[in-house]
Design a binder for this molecule. Sequence first.
Ligand SMILES: N[C@@H](CCC(=O)N[C@@H](CS)C(=O)NCC(=O)O)C(=O)O
Length: 281
Amino acid sequence: MAKTATKSAKKPAAKAAPKAAAKTAAKVTAKAAPKVTAKAAPKAKAKPAKKPSIKLSMLRPSVNNMTVRVFARAAGLDPAETDAWGHTRSPEFLARNPAHLTPMIEDKALPRGVLWESCAIMQYLANKHGLEKFYPKAPAKRAMIDSAMFYLIGTLYPYVARATYPALGFPQYAGEVGHSDAHPDKKSEAQKAAMAAIAEPLEVFHSFFRNGKPFIGGNNPSIADIRLGATLEFLAVVDYALPKWAKEYMAALEKKLGKAYAEPAGDVRGYIAHVKSQAKA
Ligand SMILES: N[C@@H](CCC(=O)N[C@@H](CS)C(=O)NCC(=O)O)C(=O)O
């Protein structure tokens, strides 16, 4: 039908007024085309683009892993997860990842085929899939997200680890009191000092990075917010008294991300509930 209309409109007018004929033909074609398409294929619906799948090695009780698990779900990246519990130091794992760290993604496009470090993974996946919503492209905005994440990994997280790892039953880092054979009182002192040190960097996330906005990313959570929210989950194991803003911030993050947040958070919370119940018994 569309073809016929185009032909009959073009032929008689071709010599006398080619421009007018072309206009008429275009109009007829434009009007006729949708009808024809609709009748010829009434059931043909455009298939939604297949979500890219990512291969992720992870440990369920870990907030470093929770970070990437939340991000992947929130970004619709359909993570194919392998539980690496007990395997991170196996020869096979070490051959691919000599740092024996999770989260780790596998991707043939990467020069060495794998990538670890939660923030680097989120940055890479956001870049690769154009997820500007979580990681803005504008250099100045992106710099703030990067700064918040580096500050978290370099300053806040070491305090959180020293404050919570003893209660979580996780090994501490060489050179720290908690890792040494110091008297338990000394270890407890160090743990308390780390707990007391959390307040200052935490406040920096609130006053500087959020700066009156709901999230570091503005009105929507960025990868830095996912990293911060997940990190704060661990503090429940030592009953850390979070400031009001932080409780509200975490609730807002979970509300905004829904199941994408709640599901991986459930694994961390479940582990914390387990170690707390063991400590009471
Ligand atoms: N800074 C890293 C920390 C990663 C990390 O410490 N991963 C731990 C779990 S929380 C791990 O996989 N440990 C296993 C091992 O060392 O064998 C990140 O953010 O990804």
